[in-house]
Ligand binder design. Sequence first.
Ligand code: DX5
Ligand code: ZN
Length: 221
Amino acid sequence: MENKDIVISVSILSSNFKNLEKEITSLNFSGIDEFHLDVMDGHFVDNISFGLPIIKCVKSLTNLPIETHMMVDDPYEFIESFTKAKVNTFTFHIESKSNIKDTIYLLKEKKISIGLALNPDTPISAIEPYINDIDRVLFMTVYPGQGGQSYIMSVNDKIDEFTKKYSNSNILIGVDGGIKLDTIKNSFLSGARMFVSGTGILNSNLGYLGVVKELRKTILR
Ligand code: DX5
Ligand code: ZN
């Protein structure tokens, strides 16, 4: 296992929006692999976060790939405009109201990488019919809706089960929520290879560069 097989992604939800340009610039040099942009519509989850203007802004400030995590009722409706904004991965929830097959079909047509997210209480059987059509699965390790929550340990069993069952597939297994220095190793051992961290990076007293380095070390230690 080498570090290049690990994807560290930062969720900017809890970043300093008073100076977003400075934040993105610092994160560009922190050693992260990807930006994770949490889109919330106030329906699928209670909060409303941001949409296209902020996504375009981040895109203009980085060359790193961008994943949009769609915590919205109807992700299908966003595909056209998000594709134009050149997001790299469009991750939507199996619990959303869009027709899953149609959403996957349109994303394939747009040649955009496809992620399917599932909430802590959703069994892996819900996403199994789509496994061969997606690029990554995003296990929510908190209930979606806000940053800074605690990692739900029991999700590790679900990741374990998935990893064993699909060990021959190329699917990227991601985790999102509560990823910090004390939780990352266990999700790695369960099979996760993509780690989304918000406050774990943004609020760390090691600084962005220091904490990203430490997260990587902790995985391989
Ligand atoms: C939760 C979001 C996460 C969140 C991660 O609804 O999907 O991406 O911002 O933040 P932390 O790492 O602080 O739990
Ligand atoms: Zn997220």
